[in-house]
Design a protein around this ligand. Structure first.
Ligand code: NAP
Length: 517
């Protein structure tokens, strides 16, 4: 069986002991093992900080951008292999795997091109010089420089390719070396991706830790950054880790989120169609295992029957099964423990909402090859509450990480829709499908502070509108409150986490000449 090594201190190294076993969630077959036991993570961080930091400090923004472009191309060159691994190890359909892998190469390419706007230097000016005394020569110039440490990236199981790439693009461009730790259960694809890019990486700039986190965080220093994506529980553990607290290292958390979609009573046909199309995509793509997938559907009472009927009709055309087979449009969850967690969550929601489509009792149509005992299959499931729920309801608090979403009927007013979405206490993304100006205004103003991204869809953009769960490198990814309070991507904004702002005060013209070289 394949053994996944880690890439630390510039070499591939193998952990001791049996370690963890990675499975195929369609069949239960064991695919690989990996272990971090016995690995010298203190030394790995030191090497990355010093050697990787030096390698990047010697590169201009243009050169770092060129590196990102090369990484993007190296990933694209291995696309077919990576798709195969996503199908085997993560339960991805071909489309799901492409979404992850192409998202990775696209994001790296985007930042590679963005670098061309930053010039030949490697320090960013932040605003104009500020006079601090009469005469004009004595000024303060704010600049952004890379933090001196290593960017420790801890990722969730659902995006083994994009998760590494979206974080690495921002930190490498900012000038911080990366140590990436994928979730153990789906690390096969990340491992192959790093194998593909490792030969082109300047020494120390990219490290990979395959397997459990071990004592990694015990060696964090103040100049490091920890960027985490995963559950709110793990995020809290990282925030409260004694060495993380004591060192004062920067922490960015992307956690779970009860994302919402709101339909207005008066939505035009095209707007309504986009709502149905997007709800179906968000519930079934990657089997609902996207942090940005919709969990709550706010539907006005007078359109309830129509929405249930149209969504059910679409779910009826969704074929669940072995994702390597033609015609299968939704695969299993990534692991059996995710299936157990999803079914437990679904049971908890059923105390507050009735099932209107699907449900816990197995599959509607299992495609050939699907092992229903050892496979982590969950059927697309739609629940519906009686009406609006109070803030403590699981409907607003429990993220079922699978193809499960709950319709919350409301009275059609913007005020009630806003109140319901706010009960989620901070989301990565919510979407409003409406054509009425007043409804749009009230919901946008009422929800902007509760969301990292707010998607507004009217009939003029409905046909081409992207489903709200699609994260693009141009726009902010992250959200307030329960969503973790973190910020990633958003073009150049994504570099800020990895940069220190310093006010250089003194002889303005001289400082400018020194910095520009
Ligand atoms: P998870 O269990 O929290 O694990 C996430 C990562 O943290 C994994 O790499 C895991 O490693 C690691 N980890 C576990 N315990 C740790 C500890 N004590 N210290 C440091 N790292 C530790 O989450 P998951 O099950 O992989 O992902 C699902 C969750 O992620 C969902 O709730 C989803 O909403 C959220 N998510 C959020 C975003 C976002 O951008 N906001 C994106 C994707 C997913 P092991 O795998 O080795 O245990």
């Amino acid at each position: 069986m394949k053994r996944l090594n880690s890439f630390l201190s510039g070499v591939w190294v193998e952990g001791e002991g049996e370690g963890s076993t990675l499975l195929n969630p369609t069949t239960g077959e064991a695919l690989a093992t990996c272990s971090t036991e016995g690995l010298d993570l203190r030394e790995a961080l030191r090497f990355s900080r010093e050697q990787g930091g030096r390698s990047l400090a010697e590169m201009s923004f243009t050169e770092r951008g060129a590196l990102l472009v090369e990484m993007s191309k190296a990933i694209h060159a291995q696309r077919e292999l990576l798709i195969e691994l996503g199908q085997k190890n993560a339960g991805n359909t071909r489309g799901d795997a492409k979404f992850d892998i192409d998202g990775a190469s696209h994001t790296l390419m985007h930042y590679g091109k963005l670098a061309e706007t930053l010039g030949e230097g490697n320090i960013l000016f932040d605003g104009e010089p500020e006079p601090v005394a009469r005469g004009g020569r004595l000024v303060g110039q704010h600049v952004l420089v890379p933090r001196g440490g290593v960017a420790i990236h801890i990722n969730a199981f659902n995006f083994p390719a994009w998760g590494l790439a979206e974080k690495a693009a921002c930190s490498l461009l900012a000038g911080m070396p990366v140590l990436s730790k994928p979730a153990t259960s789906t690390a096969l694809m990340t491992h192959a991706l790093v194998e593909a890019v490792a030969p082109i990486m300047p020494e120390g700039t990219l490290s990979l830790l395959c397997g459990r986190v071990g004592d990694l965080l015990d060696h964090v220093e103040w100049s490091d950054v920890i960027a985490f994506t995963g559950s709110a529980d793990t995020g809290d553990k990282i925030r409260q880790h004694p060495q993380v607290l004591q060192s004062g290292a920067a922490v960015n958390i992307e956690a779970d989120s009860l994302n919402a979609m709101i339909l207005d009573s008066d939505a035009e046909d095209a707007t309504y169609d986009a709502f149905i199309r997007h709800a179906h995509t968000e519930i079934t793509q990657k089997s609902g295992q996207k942090c940005t997938a919709v969990r709550r559907l706010l539907v006005p009472r007078d359109r309830l029957d129509e929405v249930v009927e149209d969504l059910s009709e679409r779910f009826g055309r969704t074929t669940v099964g072995d994702p390597t087979l033609d015609g299968v449009t939704m695969g299993p969850l990534s692991t059996l423990s995710q299936k157990t967690a999803a079914l437990e969550g679904l049971a908890a929601l059923q105390g507050h909402a009735k099932v209107v489509y699907g449900g816990p009792d197995g599959l509607l149509r299992a495609a050939e090859g699907a092992d229903l005992t050892n496979g982590a299959f969950v059927t697309p499931t739609l629940l519906q509450t009686e009406g609006p729920c109070d803030a403590n309801s699981p409907v607003h608090n429990l993220e079922v990480f699978g193809p499960v979403s709950t319709i919350i009927p409301f009275d059609g007013s913007a005020a009630e829709a806003v109140q319901q979405v706010r009960h989620g206490r901070g989301c990565l993304v919510s979407a409003i499908y409406a054509d009425d100006r007043r409804f749009l205004q009230e919901t946008i103003l009422g929800l902007a502070a509760w969301n990292g991204r707010l998607v507004v869809i009217d009939e003029q953009v409905a046909e081409k509108a992207l489903a709200p769960g699609l994260v693009t490198p141009q726009l902010l990814h992250g959200g307030p409150g329960r969503a973790g309070g973190g910020e990633e991507l958003g073009g150049l904004r994504g570099m800020k986490l990895y940069q220190q702002r310093c006010a250089l005060q003194g002889n303005g013209p001289k400082i400018a000449r020194l910095i520009r070289g």
